[in-house]
Design a protein around this ligand. Structure first.
Ligand code: HEC
Length: 122
């Protein structure tokens, strides 16, 4: 016997709610990278977004506006504090105070990519 219409609607609603929770996870989803002059987004920035979503958004928020744990990084804040992004890369690699170091889990290329994503997209 097929499940009744009500049961199917309930299951669909539960699935949608589950997906919303999985996607949300306390931080909004980081914004997508816009297409460049070539008509496609730059791959380094797309890779940087993935690192940001996985490793940074939990403390700096999905849009980089900061949380009660990590400070704001968006709206030019990162480039103001670090005109040379290589200086920010050493903070990310080594960590500082309550910011964990990522030198053991991210490659130098991934750190550069995530910093470019923050500086150029957030
Ligand atoms: C567990 C929480 C946490 C995570 C995860 C985290 N950060 Fe942080 N971040 C912090 C905190 C806390 C600070 C402030 C450190 C301090 O007090 O000096 C900080 C500071 C920074 C700074 C320096 C900001 C400034 O104004 O000097 C940068 C850059 C930064 N984080 C980037 C990142 C990146 C990139 C990631 C992901 C790879 C990341 N953070 C992941 C908590 C976190």
């Amino acid at each position: 016997m097929m499940p009744s219409r009500e049961v199917r609607i309930l299951l669909a609603a539960l699935l949608a709610a589950g997906l919303a929770v999985a996607a949300g996870c306390g931080a909004g989803s980081p914004p997508e990278v816009a297409a460049g002059p070539e008509g496609t987004p730059e791959q380094v920035l797309v890779a940087g977004r993935a690192v940001y979503a996985d490793r940074c958004a939990s403390c700096h928020d999905g849009d980089g506006s900061g949380t009660s744990i990590g400070p704001r990084l968006n709206s030019g804040r990162l480039s103001q504090a670090y005109p040379d992004l290589a200086d920010a890369a050493s903070v990310v690699s080594e960590g500082r105070e309550r910011m964990p170091g990522f030198g053991g889990v991210l490659t130098a290329g991934e750190i550069r990519a995530v910093l470019r994503y923050i500086a150029e997209v957030l």
